[in-house]
Design a protein around this ligand. Structure first.
Ligand code: BTN
Length: 325
């Protein structure tokens, strides 16, 4: 399915446009405009059609814009030239890995307005409706790969939680091990790290970030876990470009800091945002469920649980964690 970015740009401000006006602007027939509206709806965009008035979006969309994203970065920051904004893509992680294979520099960032096959952790789908949330991936090269690379996701989760709390005055924001961001016990954002390379040699990390900014009604019932978005958490509508700038800055700083110093400086910061600490949790590994009280993480990033048998450690990967009470 192809999406008309001329149409979405025309409708983005949220006012009515007649079919005739749109047909003229896009240089197509009114029937073709209607077809494009149908495609937009299928991409998760809420488009109203009102007889006598024409089409408008249920709410205005702020499309991503490179200059607006980098507005808070210093003028000497090289990041401007390393950002790519795509209209649609299957997954920014897959696309960024392709760029990395072609030699993209460390710090290259890819944003998309829409992902047709957004990937979550553990093989899940990441709902990625058009023009409403944030989806981006950053390429980072390590040479050689650090021994504790498995801690990078935890580090970036903490970095993001800190930056979002600070920028948008959020309380009740925490990281659920290993790297999910929760607000008020509902999922707000997630990280998917994909790594390619050889042990001891160069490796490329693709750090993919999905943040719910303002989930449209059309996608709400498709999400199979308790979720929230930044506009609910902040209690007001937020600029997507500002959220994008804050999150990109945070991930780049987190990657830089981890590359220079490893996890050391992140450990106390993790403790400050650890959503599970002290809570009764259920950890599922395949068909086995272990109940216990979460005691934080150890130096390898494993989740430590106090169980009836003593302290048990769990490593991310195929493990899922639920708060038990
Ligand atoms: C999770 O919590 O399951 C991780 C979600 C990660 C989603 C982001 S959106 C941008 C990037 N591209 C993808 O396909 N996935 C990540």
């Amino acid at each position: 399915m192809t999406i008309s970015y001329d149409l979405i740009s025309a409708l983005a401000p949220g006012n009515f446009h007649s079919g005739e006006q749109l047909a003229k602007r896009l240089g197509v027939t009114r029937k073709a405009v209607w077809k494009r509206v149908v495609n937009l709806r299928a991409a998760g965009v809420d488009v109203h059609a009102v007889r006598g008035k024409g089409y408008r979006l249920a709410s205005p969309i702020e499309l991503l814009d490179k200059e607006a994203i980098v507005a808070d970065f210093g003028p000497e920051s090289p990041i401007r030239s390393q950002i790519e904004i795509l209209g649609s893509v299957d997954s920014t992680n897959r696309y960024a890995m392709g760029l990395a294979r072609q030699g993209a520099a460390t710090g290259t960032a890819v944003f998309a307005e829409w992902q047709t096959a957004g990937r979550g952790r553990r093989g899940r789908t990441w709902q990625s409706p058009l023009g409403s949330n944030l989806y981006f991936s950053v390429v980072w090269r390590f040479d050689p790969a650090p021994a504790n690379l498995q801690l990078l996701g935890l580090a970036l989760g903490v970095a993001l939680a800190e930056s979002l709390s600070r920028a948008f005055d959020l309380t009740r924001l925490g990281v659920k091990w290993p790297n999910d961001l929760y607000w008020d016990n509902k999922k707000l954002a997630g990280l998917l790290l994909e790594i390619s390379g050889e042990a001891g040699g160069e490796c490329v990390v693709i750090a993919g970030v999905g943040v719910n900014v303002a989930m449209p009604h059309t996608s709400r019932e498709l999400i199979d876990q308790p979720w929230t978005d930044l506009s609910e958490a902040a209690g007001r509508a937020l600029s997507r470009n500002r959220v994008a700038g804050v999150c990109l800055g945070s991930v780049l700083d987190g990657l830089r800091c981890f590359a220079n110093d490893g996890f050391r400086s992140f450990l106390p910061r993790w403790d400050a945002y650890d959503l599970l600490f002290g809570r009764a949790v259920a950890v599922r590994e395949g068909s086995k469920t272990t109940l216990g009280r979460a005691m934080g993480i150890d130096g390898t990033g494993a989740l430590v649980l106090q169980t009836h048998h003593g302290k048990e450690r769990f490593y991310s990967g195929d493990v899922s964690v639920r708060i038990h009470q």
